[in-house]
Design a protein around this ligand. Structure first.
Ligand code: OGA
Ligand code: NI
Length: 365
């Protein structure tokens, strides 16, 4: 029996505690958005005011060929300004991208009990977590999103612990993405004057996580957000989005990409993947590369799926701006920290734009 969604407690119990998710709430028949999901006006997304990001996707098949330098420049420019770009000829088979989206829809269509076994406090494995919103206990307004998150340690553990319905495509996605991620990091590091050894890149992408995000249809997209303003905490994120759209990035400084403070939409491009710079790359580059602030709107008629791969160093890693960069810059913007401490701060606060980076800033309290 669906509870009254006007009552905050029974809504929380149904959606969060019992694992029915936003999907369960929507399926129970909802004609308006419950109070708990109403964003304050300042966080609402006016889709008519956002431009589409017009840059064509970067063709990664040209890396290593005669046009290598030009392509490398495009990657660097995007990472320095917007922190977001799209790539094609990325090495992930296009039919796998289609299967991933279909598989995500199938997974979230399973009965709630099937997904709820992976809720944080009851999951049979620390590698898999099913949840809704970001930190529901702390958020003033909840995000209109359910997700499942799968940490990668090795193939054997993934095969053993990841949900079997989504395991094989997710592993294949991870397997076929990683050489692209390494090439991108190589380009970004070389541009900083660092000779990237394989071992250094190994450290930067030591931990990997595949998520599937599900944004159910929403009766009032103007009042809600799918994901609130945030940056990703890790190294690079690879994101597969479907054709629905609604992913927005904030422009940090006036540039060829637009005016400071403006939000641009990263439009769906068939067979492309979206890449975004995470907080760790901003720190390592001493602020040269921008970890982009982004958010997702909800839609009325069709549910949206997206499938990110998050890469990051090991939790025990010590992170600080690269010495080569600090030397050249003559100053350092970020202090050295242990990644576990950064993560603890990141995952215990509601999304709030790029506030996560304050943790690493030198002159902040
Ligand atoms: C995320 C995210 C964007 C999207 O999962 O961190 O920003 O399009 N997702 O779903
Ligand atoms: Ni994100």
């Amino acid at each position: 029996m669906a509870p009254s969604f006007d009552d905050g407690n029974s809504l929380f119990n149904f959606v969060v505690r019992d694992g029915n998710g936003v999907k369960g709430m929507v399926d129970s028949g909802l004609s308006t958005v419950p109070q708990a999901y109403m964003q304050p006006p300042i966080e609402r997304i006016d889709k008519d005011r956002a431009r589409k990001h017009g840059h064509p996707p970067i063709d990664l098949s040209k890396l290593g060929g005669p046009e290598h330098d030009e392509v490398a420049k495009q990657i660097v420019r995007a990472a320095e300004n917007l922190g977001f770009f799209q790539v094609v000829n990325h090495g992930v088979p296009v039919d796998l991208l289609e299967s991933l989206k279909d598989t995500a829809h199938d997974f979230f269509s399973l009965p709630a009990e099937k997904k709820a076994v992976y809720r944080d406090d009851v999951s049979p494995t620390p590698l898999v977590k099913y949840g809704t919103s970001f930190v529901p206990q702390k958020e003033k307004a909840l995000e209109w999103k359910d997700y499942i998150s799968m940490q990668y340690t090795n193939d054997a553990e993934a095969l053993q612990h990841w949900p079997e319905e989504i395991r094989d495509v997710s592993l294949e996605y991870l397997r076929t993405s990683m050489s692209m991620v390494r090439k991108l990091l190589q380009v970004l590091l070389e541009n900083l004057g660092v000779k990237p050894e394989d071992s250094m890149i190994d450290v930067l992408v030591d931990k990997k996580m595949v998520n599937m995000n599900y944004y159910p249809t929403c009766p009032n997209p103007d009042l809600t957000v799918g994901v609130g303003r945030h940056s990703d905490m890790g190294t690079l994120t690879i994101l597969l989005q479907d054709g629905i759209g609604g992913l927005y990035v904030k422009i940090e400084d006036d540039s060829e990409f637009g005016k400071k403070g403006e939000w641009v939409e990263i439009p769906p491009v068939p067979s492309a993947l979206v890449i975004n710079v995470g907080d760790m790359v901003q720190v390592l580059s001493n602020g040269k590369y921008k970890s982009a602030e982004h958010r997702v709107r909800t839609t009325r008629t069709k549910s949206r799926v997206s499938i990110p791969i998050f890469t990051m160093p090991n939790a025990t890693a010590k992170i600080a701006p690269l010495p080569e960069v600090v030397e050249k810059d003559g100053n350092t913007l970020y202090k050295e920290f242990v990644l576990a401490d950064y993560m603890k701060n990141f995952f215990s606060n509601a999304h709030d734009g790029k506030k996560s980076l304050d943790f690493a800033k030198i002159n902040s309290a």
